[in-house]
Design a protein around this ligand. Structure first.
Ligand SMILES: *[C@@H]1O[C@H](CO)[C@@H](O)[C@H](O)[C@H]1NC(C)=O
Ligand SMILES: *[C@@H]1O[C@H](CO)[C@@H](O)[C@H](O)[C@H]1NC(C)=O
Length: 220
């Protein structure tokens, strides 16, 4: 009895689902042969995490898949002058699948952090896989080292004209909205000149990676 009742229900379900399946199958091929931007979250196609004991490679991976981070500067705001002060900053180290490890940013003198950097260019950038599907998928809390995060310290510098092309291309690919940001804000391209790297990718405290080791990694 149950069987005969379910029979038509099943085919009805199949009929309802079929167009949805077809729609899924014919939807624009995302991530064709690689890492089109957006797939990391939308399609859960985050490339596999490198082995956790290869901290330099893990650091490059985190930098590359991060679209944004938290940049801490020494504040020049009257109320908190001299204290650390972090803001969210959009980033890119290159086109998806081809990052070079340098975090590029698009900044405006109207930003508080730029006023801070003019007085003291030293800054620390924190990046976490909590912004990707990685930690959610595995159920890792953002504070857990298993939810890999890294700290990059250095100085923020304006990039020269030659490098600006690369920075612009890298940033605008991942942050298309930047193209429309008001030119009256005098946006310019900058980067973090990395001097120190800490990697939290497992229990036992952060691992220290040198910039030489970090930039030596090839991600492909
Ligand atoms: C980056 O930092 C290194 C080490 O502190 C320094 O030698 C180099 O001049 C810096 N580069 C820029 C562009 O500021
Ligand atoms: C750079 O990479 C090569 C090849 O992976 C490795 O043999 C070498 O030890 C690395 N050098 C540094 C400074 O990490």
């Amino acid at each position: 009895m149950a069987g005969s009742a379910l029979g038509p229900a099943r085919s009805l379900l199949a009929a309802l689902l079929a167009p949805a399946l077809v729609a899924l199958l014919v939807s624009p091929a995302r991530g064709r042969g690689g890492l089109d931007h957006g797939d990391w979250d939308v399609d859960r196609r985050l490339p596999p995490l490198p082995p956790r004991d290869d901290a330099a490679r893990v650091a490059r991976f985190v930098t590359h898949v991060s679209d944004w981070g938290s940049l801490a500067t020494i504040s020049t705001l009257e109320e908190v002058r001299g204290r650390s002060f972090a803001d969210v900053i959009s980033l890119s180290d290159g086109p998806p699948g081809a990052g070079i490890g340098v975090p590029y940013m698009y900044l405006s003198p109207m930003q508080q952090l730029v006023s801070d950097l003019q007085e003291n260019p030293q800054a620390t950038l924190t990046l976490s896989l909590a912004q990707t599907v990685f930690c959610r998928k595995h159920g890792f809390d953002p504070q857990s080292p298993l939810c890999v995060h890294i700290m990059l310290s250095g100085t923020v510098t304006k990039v020269n004209e030659k490098e600006a092309d690369y920075a612009k291309n890298s940033l605008f690919l991942r942050h298309p909205e930047m193209k429309t940001w008001p030119s009256s804000h005098n946006w310019f391209f900058a980067k973090l000149n990395i001097t120190n790297i800490w990697v939290l990718d497992y229990f036992g405290g952060p691992k220290v990676v040198t910039p030489e080791e970090y930039f030596n990694v090839t991600l492909q």
